[in-house]
Design a protein around this ligand. Structure first.
Ligand code: ADP
Ligand code: ZN
Length: 541
């Protein structure tokens, strides 16, 4: 008797009902349609292919880059009585032979395989007897160089699938996919050329994680109680004793420093980065996973495959290079559905670090790719807007993934901060005029110089170039540099001014500048009240 999907759900996995998106995805696979499912971490992607694998005759192949996750899944499946195995670099020749034998004998239902092993495995030949009805591409964003985790070996997948006769169903899964990445997955896996006349089934379940609270702190700046990042970090931890959390840093050096700081302060803390040996990395990760050490300080090497349900906070000591990375890393908090906090400690220095890392990765690649560099700088800009903007943080994140949301979530630091709506028309006019006057002299400068001129600085840089004779010199003497900076940032973000890319970005006239200067429409901006410190909002936990 054929198994029903509900029965499989209950008998093998012990669950009563499907989560959003699971049933539709399973139905599409069973109907023979290729699938692209974009679901956030923790949504339950695995069941979407494990259930069809159990219901379809033959061997389902799951391509996954995550060796540790593979092992866990295979163990879990075996415990539930499912015949599963994996092939990756950690497998001994004996295990390899054993797995191939069970494929030949038609006994295996699910095979997890690392993309690097596809060429060597000769799978289609071994599985010829029982057939391969379904090939699953997990973490499918690794296919796209526009994503945050491109892997060369993923490009072999399409050829591998093509070599299987008859053509299997292809099901691709990912947690993060911007429109560009989505297009790449569809094109590179040829999901459109499906057997079924209805074409590929594409499903996106919501990205919002309502239990996550988002916060940005700018240590040392107006509106933030802490004078520097270390103080801010210690303050964050003070109110979160006994909780498990991840602290992400941009560099190994920063990991070492923060780890050392917390050790000296008596925290139960471990560390993780690619500079440590395999054994130590594994031990430290396990210490964290099994709650022997509640806190881990890590670079983004602590990545996919971290499946710890009770992570209560993720603090970014440095700003990551783009929103996709940020949302994925921050999203490791609160997978158990309990309230959890995602806090970003921002400083302007973070932008510099990331620009450096983007340039370095281009230098280190075989062939320089200016388009990719420019694209990455644009993504960095989006991330910076998240950190510096005053709008709802959740809305910023979701709109990045093309998801509509209200402008007020009530559960992020911007929604909970007191802002004044201020008429900045006059100040904006002064700032834009200053950029315009420089342009008339065929000059363009970065933000610091523009602020210097507006403040009426007599510094060597200003005077030697004669900028103290500009009509805009000193016209904002009364305003704080911090306020001018905030308005200047906002004007760039809103398109009144333009900031060039590159190592020494300069400010130029934006597309909206001309109309604004000619017109008389008031310009309103949300500015944080000037009086620090901000109260910590009360939230029930
Ligand atoms: P993802 O791969 O999307 O991050 P997983 O497949 O690892 O998510 O699933 C996350 C967790 O949710 C797992 O512990 C899984 O057992 C659980 N889960 C998945 N589907 C269901 C369901 N229908 N009912 C209850 N729990 C589920
Ligand atoms: Zn909000």
């Amino acid at each position: 008797m054929a198994l029903s999907k509900h029965k499989v759900l209950e008998d093998f996995f012990g669950f009563k009902s499907f989560r959003p998106g699971q049933e539709e995805t399973i139905d599409a696979v069973l109907a023979g349609r290729d699938v692209l499912a974009i679901m956030p971490t923790g949504a339950g992607k695995s069941l979407c292919y494990q259930i069809p694998a159990l219901m379809l005759p033959g061997l389902t192949i799951v391509i996954s880059p995550l060796i540790s996750l593979m092992k866990d899944q295979v163990e879990g499946l075996k415990d539930s009585g499912v015949q599963a195995a994996c092939l990756n670099s950690s497998i001994s020749p004996a295990e390899y032979n054993e797995t191939m034998d069970s494929i030949l004998a038609g006994k295996l239902k699910l095979l997890y395989i690392a993309p690097e092993r596809l060429q060597r495995a000769e799978l289609p030949r071994f599985a010829a007897g029982q057939g391969i009805p379904l090939v699953v591409v997990d973490e499918a964003h690794c296919l796209s160089q526009w994503g945050h985790d491109f892997r060369q070996s993923y490009l072999d997948i399409a050829g591998f699938i093509k070599s299987i006769k008859p053509k299997p169903v292809t099901a691709a899964f990912t947690a993060t996919a911007t429109p560009k990445v989505r297009e790449d997955i569809i094109t590179l896996l040829r999901l459109k050329e499906t057997n079924d006349d209805k074409g590929a089934f594409i499903i996106t379940t919501g990205f919002d994680r309502p239990n996550l609270y988002f916060e940005v702190q700018k240590p040392g700046k107006n509106g933030c109680a802490s004078k520097d990042k270390n103080t801010a970090l210690l303050d964050c931890l003070k109110t979160r004793t006994d909780k498990s959390g991840i602290i992400y840093c941009a560099t190994r050096k920063a990991v070492e420093e923060v780890w050392d700081l917390l050790l000296r302060r008596g925290f139960g803390v471990t560390r993780y980065h690619a500079g440590l040996g395999d054994a130590e990395r594994k031990k430290n990760q396990d210490d964290f996973l099994y709650d022997r050490k509640p806190i881990i300080v890590a670079t983004n090497a602590l990545g996919m495959g971290i499946d710890k349900s009770n992570v209560s906070f993720v603090i970014h000591y440095n700003m990551p290079k783009n929103i996709e990375s940020y949302y994925q890393e921050a999203g490791r908090a609160g997978r158990d559905g309990a309230p959890a906090d995602c806090i970003l400690l921002y400083s302007g220095q973070d932008v510099k670090i990331n620009e450096f890392l983007i340039a370095r990765s281009d230098e280190e690649s075989n062939e320089s790719n200016p388009d990719l560099v420019e694209h990455n700088l644009e993504l960095l800009k989006q991330m910076t807007y998240y950190a510096t903007g005053n709008g709802c943080l959740r809305q910023r994140l979701l709109s990045y993934f093309d998801e509509q949301s209200q402008g007020y979530c009530g559960n992020c630091s911007n929604c909970l901060t007191a802002f004044d709506e201020v008429d900045i028309s006059l100040e904006a006019r002064k700032i834009i005029s200053c950029v315009y006057r420089l342009k008339q002299r065929n000059r363009a400068f970065g933000k610091v110089m523009i602020i210097d001129i507006l403040k009426g600085s007599r510094s060597e840089k200003v005077v030697s170039q004669g900028f103290d004779t500009l009509s805009t010199w000193g016209i904002m003497r009364e305003a704080s540099a911090h306020r001018i900076r905030a308005i200047l940032d906002w004007l760039v973000e809103e398109g009144y001014l333009l900031q060039s890319a590159g190592e020494y970005p300069v400010i130029e006239m934006g597309i909206k500048a001309g109309d604004f200067l000619k017109g008389s429409k008031p310009l309103m901006m949300m500015l944080a009240k000037e009086a620090p410190p901000r109260e910590i909002p009360f939230r029930e936990k």
